[in-house]
Design a protein around this ligand. Structure first.
Ligand SMILES: Cc1cc2nc3c(=O)[nH]c(=O)nc-3n(C[C@H](O)[C@H](O)[C@H](O)COP(=O)(O)OP(=O)(O)OC[C@H]3O[C@@H](n4cnc5c(N)ncnc54)[C@H](O)[C@@H]3O)c2cc1C
Length: 378
């Protein structure tokens, strides 16, 4: 088949690799002229790591990332709210904190080495569509394909049929710094639901600091002295690695979106990754879901199944994480501090309950397909 893919972030290149190696011709469109490593730390879960292993990229990402063994969250008064260890889910399991750009670099280098992937950078896709016998991509000129896959990220203009897009009122400010803080731990501290700071080890001697922030207050934050913000962060997280932050330009704001659709295919087109189902990163799943989408869609194509099968196979996994992210996020990032005591008292209580703890661990590891079910097959 000749497949056109829109978007060279995470899901697009992963799918291009699967398809090229299965003998298909791929054209990958990326709007950025010289794509390079951008973004702060992300957490690769066992699901995402498994996809990268199948693509032969596991060793490379392991060498660029930092193993995360536990998630540990406390209030300002050191009350433990979350304490989840991957090894309690499965012995030997771990997450990998890594800079988003390092995952991109591994995928992109592999794509450039594939002779059957034609990469078109600086190519803005204006529209995609279906006609009898073909799907098309329009970049000013129209190219026809046997299949078009859209992987154009959370802010995409190209959406799955009937997708509802809701910007979340909160996002996060990010700083990547050279430091060795809380090795092996994704560490978070909370002041009710309106302040959250966290540190994610992100490999190559770096950590990524994140600070919860309302999207509509970012302009006011930019106008205020940066030292005021640094003092606020340090009041919650004294070890915050902020010495290298001299201006607002040293900090990246990432907004969150909720994208909900009932299916991720139409005619000869399919949607994967954040453009299909973006969610808040509270459960650290975005890149992992995009990678699993790519693996599942590649399998559907390989077996010669109809595209509807892709939506069918992805439904339970995607709906669970979309629902769980929406349900959990207000307890950690919202303007409802009344939720904090529920979180602070309820969470440790529930964590002592073996069944609940196993479900939380399964959710963190990335494979759950429902409240009572786990281990997504892909
Ligand atoms: C603050 C924050 C924290 C996060 N933390 C985590 C985490 O801990 N763990 C995790 O797994 N994920 C995390 N994520 C999410 C993760 O980065 C994304 O989910 C993942 O990269 C999605 O991959 P994607 O391929 O769908 O989209 P993207 O990686 O966004 O790639 C989309 C690509 O499409 C291109 N494009 C867009 N429109 C067009 C067009 N019209 N024509 C051509 N090209 C186009 C873009 O330039 C881009 O390169 C986080 C995200 C944010 C914002």
């Amino acid at each position: 088949m000749h497949v056109g893919i829109v978007g060279g972030g995470t899901g697009g290149p992963a799918l291009a690799l699967f398809l090229a190696r299965a003998g298909h011709e791929v054209t990958l469109y990326e709007r950025v002229a010289n794509p390079g490593p951008v973004g702060a730390g992300i957490l690769l879960q066992p699901t995402g790591l498994e996809v990268l292993r199948r693509l032969g990229l596991e060793q490379r990402v392991l060498s660029h990332g930092a193993r995360v063994e536990r998630l540990h969250g406390t209030t300002r008064s050191n009350w433990v709210v979350l304490d989840l260890a991957y090894a309690d889910w499965r012995p030997g399991a771990f997450g990998l904190g890594i800079q988003r750009g390092a995952v991109f670099g591994a995928l992109w280098d592999a794509v450039l080495a594939e002779p059957s992937v034609r990469v078109r950078t600086g190519a803005e896709v204006h529209a995609t569509g279906d006609e009898p016998g073909a799907a098309w991509i329009d970049t000013g000129e129209r190219e026809r394909f046997d299949l078009v896959v859209v992987a154009s990220g959370a802010r995409s203009e190209h959406r799955a049929p009937g997708a509802r897009v809701t910007p979340y009122p909160w996002g996060a400010l990010w700083v990547v710094a050279e430091a060795d803080l809380h090795p092996g731990v994704l560490y978070q501290r909370y002041r009710d639901t309106r302040e959250m700071a966290g540190i994610l080890p992100s490999g190559m001697g770096t950590v990524s600091l994140f600070w919860s922030h309302r999207a509509d207050a970012v302009e006011a934050w930019r106008r205020a002295p940066i030292e005021d913000w640094k003092a606020r962060v340090r009041a919650l997280l004294p070890e915050a690695p902020l010495d290298g932050v001299y201006s607002h330009d040293d900090v990246l704001f990432a907004p969150y979106f909720d994208v909900v659709a009932s299916r991720w295919h139409e005619g000869r087109r399919a949607w994967i990754g954040d453009c299909a189902h973006a969610m808040s990163p509270q459960l650290g799943q975005g890149a992992n879901l995009a990678l699993v989408d790519a693996a599942v869609l590649a399998g559907v194509i390989e077996r010669g199944e109809p595209l509807a099968r892709y939506s069918e196979l992805r439904a339970d996994h995607l709906r669970f994480y979309s629902w769980a992210s929406r349900a959990l996020t207000p307890f950690f990032q919202s303007s409802y501090p009344v939720l904090a005591p529920l979180r602070d008292l309820g969470s440790p209580l529930f964590h002592g309950w073996g069944w609940y703890r196993r479900q939380m661990l399964g959710a963190l590891a990335g494979g759950k397909t429902g409240v009572f079910s786990g281990d997504v097959a892909f």
